[in-house]
Design a protein. Structure first.
Length: 70
């Protein structure tokens, strides 16, 4: 199972995809807010969003799974 993981600690500011969406490698899937900066979270592989593991406003640590892809 492919996943999209958080690359640094921060708050999930906006999720840009929903379950069932097809995504491509390099596509922005969420925006993380950390230290007043907006950091895009990008997919490292193509796939279809199976499940979103976090919600907007959640705090995420580096390495946590944001999305599961199929």
């Amino acid at each position: 199972m492919n996943t999209v993981v958080i690359n640094m600690a921060g708050n999930i500011w906006k999720i840009l995809v929903k379950p069932g969406d097809a995504i491509e490698k390099g596509q922005e899937v969420a925006i993380l807010e950390s230290m007043k900066m907006e950091i895009p979270i990008v997919a490292e592989t193509d796939g279809t969003v199976k499940e979103i593991k976090m919600s907007e406003g959640d705090f995420a640590d580096e390495g946590e799974v944001l999305l599961e892809l199929q």
